[in-house]
Design a protein around this ligand. Structure first.
Ligand code: HAM
Length: 446
């Protein structure tokens, strides 16, 4: 197809574009809030010895097929397409598969503990809390079989929610057993559901063909009636798997992390073995209240063509966490007002030079372009939320001085005063220096 001439398109139609369905723009202050959330997660992960990994957003389609060819995420929801060279590629629907590809390709020293944040794409039916483009933060830890690592990983997520101020988050845990346990259990579920086919919904019958365990996730009332009698995974665990699970629960108890054992917790991806968990935000609608989930995936590295390597991790949904924070009234957008606003009443050169000098000294500063009256410029200063206005008039200019006018916050009680132009940075820094912890918070949020 020949390239479309942009000018021809804009001139003929002047179409107003909108975001695609299920995708959203994030504007200030929500963008700042997201950034603060990710920064906090990064800090807490680094504290626990996890280091950042940044895999590409696009991978060979095969990478994601290993996530599980019988899952909706892969079969129905993936944004896959043929690249210009004919190769089949896909936008990532989740991060674990890409991180495993990274591991197999680079073979870092074990144990390998990483954290990540990034955008994912799933072609789902959009609704509040369910988007086609959404962000995840998460960790993966490879090369350790120890149940205490499961405890560390779960504790990291749990502590993170707590640090945001979320109080209504339930931790659901289960063990799906090792590979053989899971096979045996899947067969038991298949046989059981097969015996109750007539009672199941059409959707559940279709799912049963592809992935019997996923039927246990159905929320439809007619399926629920059947599911309550389904076999329990606990009855199909080997001694080793049961011991591993018991140690995970003992670890959570020891750290004072409350959990609910949820024998029918089946996660939406195929790679899980043994420990699985999910975090449910009580304050959200039950259909979209999973704000994170994860578990062990001990066979995934091999499936990706690498050496047998144990692994566990989780991903948390940034969009849903923020909805949960809204619902609980916690983790508000941080204060992003600025330190100084230069009001230049003589030509604009002072505004140009002072904002530059202040920023170079680490003081956030802004100005109004195109001049304007004192009233107009002060209005802009007000709107910026600046703590100080720096006024430059004829008088000040002639005397080599400036007027420092306190506006907001820590500066609100101060008196307006004149300072020598050369002393401005020192004076401002002194005035802005926090005297208590709340203003300290303010400064770090810049
Ligand atoms: P997941 O359960 O598919 O697991 O996704 C994790 C979280 O991402 C969900 O709990 C939810 O908060 C968020 N999420 C998923 N889909 C959407 C969507 N369409 N819109 C908004 N948020 C969404 C995984 O992705 C695994 N990779 C987790 C993992 C890491 N397991 C081991 N390591």
């Amino acid at each position: 197809m020949p390239p479309v001439a942009c000018s021809a398109v804009t001139e003929s139609r002047r179409e107003q574009f909108q975001t695609l369905r299920g995708m959203r723009d994030v504007l200030h202050p929500e963008s700042a809030r997201r950034r603060a959330l990710v920064a906090s997660f990064a800090r807490q992960s680094e504290l626990a010895g996890y280091r950042e990994v940044v895999p590409p957003l696009v991978e060979d389609l095969g990478v994601f097929l290993r996530v599980g060819e019988s899952t909706d995420v892969v079969t129905k929801e993936m944004y896959d397409f043929t690249d210009k060279d004919g190769s089949r590629i896909a936008l990532r629907p989740e991060m674990t598969a890409g991180v495993m590809r990274t591991f197999v390709q680079h073979r870092p020293v074990l144990p390998w503990k990483v954290w990540y944040s990034g955008t994912n794409f799933r072609h789902e039916r959009p609704q509040k809390g369910r988007y086609r483009m959404f962000d995840q933060i998460g960790v993966e830890a490879l090369g350790v079989d120890d149940a205490d690592l499961d405890v560390e990983v779960i504790a990291l997520a749990s502590r993170f929610f707590e640090s945001l101020g979320l109080r209504q988050v339930r931790l659901l845990v289960n063990s799906l057993g090792d590979h053989d346990d899971r096979e045996r259990y899947t067969e038991a579920v298949r046989v059981f559901l097969g015996s109750r086919l007539d009672d199941l919904s059409d959707a559940a019958r279709a799912t049963l063909e592809r992935n019997p365990l996923r039927v246990l996730d159905s929320k439809r009332p007619e399926d629920q009636v059947v599911i309550v009698d389904a076999p329990l995974v606990a009855d199909h665990l080997s001694e080793d798997s049961a011991a591993h699970y018991a140690r995970v629960l003992a670890g959570l108890d020891a750290l004072g992390i409350s959990y609910e054992q949820t024998p029918r917790l089946v996660r939406g991806l195929d790679y899980y073995r043994r420990t699985t968990f999910e975090f449910a935000a009580e304050a959200l609608d039950s259909a979209q209240n999973a704000i994170g989930g994860g578990g062990r995936y001990d066979g995934l590295a091999e499936a990706m063509g690498g050496p047998a390597t144990d692994g566990i991790g989780f991903a948390l949904g940034v969009d849903r966490i923020l909805l949960a924070c809204d619902a609980e009234g916690v983790f508000p957008a941080s204060d992003t007002s600025i330190d100084a606003f230069v009001v230049d009443l003589v030509g604009g050169e002072s505004a140009r030079d002072l904002t530059h000098a202040l920023r170079a000294a680490g003081i956030s500063a802004d100005r109004r372009f195109g001049g304007g009256s004192m009233k107009a410029q002060m209005k802009s200063a007000d709107r910026s939320g600046a703590r100080f206005a720096i006024l430059v008039g004829e008088d000040e200019l002639a005397a080599g001085e400036l007027t420092l006018r306190p506006m907001l916050g820590i500066a609100a009680d101060g008196e307006q005063r004149r300072v020598a132009r050369d002393d401005l940075v020192v004076e401002l820094t002194r005035s802005l220096t926090p005297t208590d912890t709340s203003s300290d918070q303010h400064r770090t949020n810049q």
